[in-house]
Design a protein. Structure first.
Length: 265
């Protein structure tokens, strides 16, 4: 499969690769999480194998066995995403939360569980990674990474050659705080005003974050993307382009109030 974003047709009920609908469903779910209500100690993980499991069912059994192990370790919530390495082998991204007060070894223990289960596929410690998710900012970094990846991202293109299906490519379990969305009816002018306000908030937030980060390579990249948020070469599509940015609910409501506080004469 090439990089056009096209995907094979599968039998009803089967999943063969990432689709725009799957990306949209995951993104909407990620945005629905109430960041301020996330409790416990979180870890962001990348889990890999050297050898591709022979079938998608083998991969599914490995993933599910790991989730069971993580549950036995005491995890209170999990989110996982399947993507592909350049050589067509699957790997797993995950967020795992444990209760408050658990030791700082839990991230390493989740990796150890994967290495034990995935040993038959040549998994090695050098290919695994975990980082703590520290508070709302940590979740924002995790969310931004996975919500920004569309169906055309190189890690979501294709699937192992020997697989005729992929099975589910993302999922979540446990106690995730996801309140019902707030709906508002506004005019087009108010919507455009709201988008501009969100861009201003995003630029300010990215600039403040850049001053705290030590990584010189990525320090200002978020600021550059924030400034380009509303750029669109298609004027017709630009009229309907959404905000597509995580923003705390309190700030979103405040900006919406400002956007609707005056009417065009």
């Amino acid at each position: 499969m090439g990089g056009t974003g096209s995907h094979e047709r599968a039998k009803r009920g089967e999943v063969v690769g990432w689709t725009a609908a799957a990306v949209r469903r995951q993104t909407l779910w990620l945005y629905s999480v109430d960041t301020e209500a996330l409790t416990g100690n979180g870890y962001a993980l990348t889990l890999t194998v050297r050898d591709c499991p022979p079938t998608p069912d083998d991969w599914r059994r490995l993933r599910n066995a790991w989730l069971v192990r993580v549950g036995r370790l005491g995890a209170i919530r999990t989110h996982w995403v399947v993507e592909w390495q350049a050589r067509g082998v699957p790997h797993l991204h995950a967020a795992v939360y444990f209760p408050e007060g658990t030791g700082d070894t839990m991230g390493a223990q989740t990796v150890a569980a994967w290495l034990d289960l995935a040993e038959i596929y040549g998994a090695q410690s050098v290919g695994q990674a975990w980082l703590p998710i520290n508070g709302p900012l940590g979740w924002l970094k995790y969310l931004s990474k996975h919500a920004a990846r569309g169906v055309n991202h190189y890690q979501r293109q294709g699937h192992p050659v020997a697989w005729n299906k992929t099975g589910r490519l993302w999922g979540h379990g446990g106690d995730w705080p996801t309140p019902l969305p707030i709906e508002a009816t506004i005019t087009n002018a108010e919507f455009y005003r709201f988008r501009r306000l969100v861009r201003s908030w995003r630029v300010a937030d990215a600039r403040a974050a850049a001053l705290r980060w030590d990584d010189p390579k990525h320090r200002w990249s978020r600021l550059v993307y924030a400034r380009r948020m509303l750029r669109c070469p298609d004027a017709q599509a630009s009229r309907f382009r959404g905000v597509s940015e995580w923003i705390p609910q309190a700030w979103a409501l405040r900006l919406l109030d400002v956007a609707t506080s005056r009417r065009d004469g």
